[in-house]
Design a protein around this ligand. Sequence first.
Ligand code: AMP
Length: 284
Amino acid sequence: MIQTTSPADLRAWVAERHGTGQRVGLVPTMGALHEGHLVLVDEARRRNLAVVMSIFVNPLQFGPHEDFAHYPRDLDRDHALAAARGVEALFVPSPATMYPPGVDTRVVPGAAASRWEGEFRPGHFTGVLTVVAKLFHLVLPDVAVFGQKDFQQAVLVRQMVRDLDFPLELVVVPTVREADGLALSSRNAYLSPEERVRALALSRGLQSAHEAWRGGERGGAAIERRVWMELERDPGITVEYVAVVDPERLEPLDRVGSDTTVAVAARVGTTRLIDNIVLSVGVR
Ligand code: AMP
């Protein structure tokens, strides 16, 4: 595996691969790798793509009081994990490379960015789409692989790819969970052992919603209430939102249809966690 901080070196590597007819897959991450990131690599390899992984903690997508400075960073460990999983090129640009003085253009997301995450993290998706657009242009991947864990992000990136005519295919991979249901996240490292137990209320709430749906419940408000009931039991959890939405416009639904997504954001202590589940025949 090559590792580079240089866009020019990365471009040369990708051009060489493209020159031999090899298709290239990009897995964008912020590092602190876990199995949820590595299954994205597996998916790219399953599609016979030469895998580029980017690791970049993007300052533009963090609010002024968020955890940018404290976000977990361990490049040596990430390098070893990525190489062992079959990543062929690791792109680790610096903030100065991505945003040299004078860079002032932003990608403005559509209306679906103002809801849910966007309401609690103003400007977040502008930061996300701007860095993703830059990575797409720097790497020129044939396929980009994202996780369902960041459901709203995946929806907005898909819209950007469509609306701004990026010539690539977007693939979204189901959420990887611990055996007890907790969705893997780099931010789980912030949780104390007690908070780690409390955090299970998110996936439990989503499971409860899914069970209600399997049992025939089709009311959006009733499904939403199932999630709230699990979360409200614990005074150590502060719910930010529970969303029962269509997976395109992210608008709340009175009646639940196929592929309705139930998403939740909550603080467990000071740690902000998100999770979601798709109401479909197989649990996703
Ligand atoms: P991050 O490093 O948190 O920006 O995540 C990088 C990519 O990994 C995003 O596309 C995430 O949606 C995806 N991802 C993070 N956690 C998981 C998970 N538990 N399961 C599947 N994908 C994930």
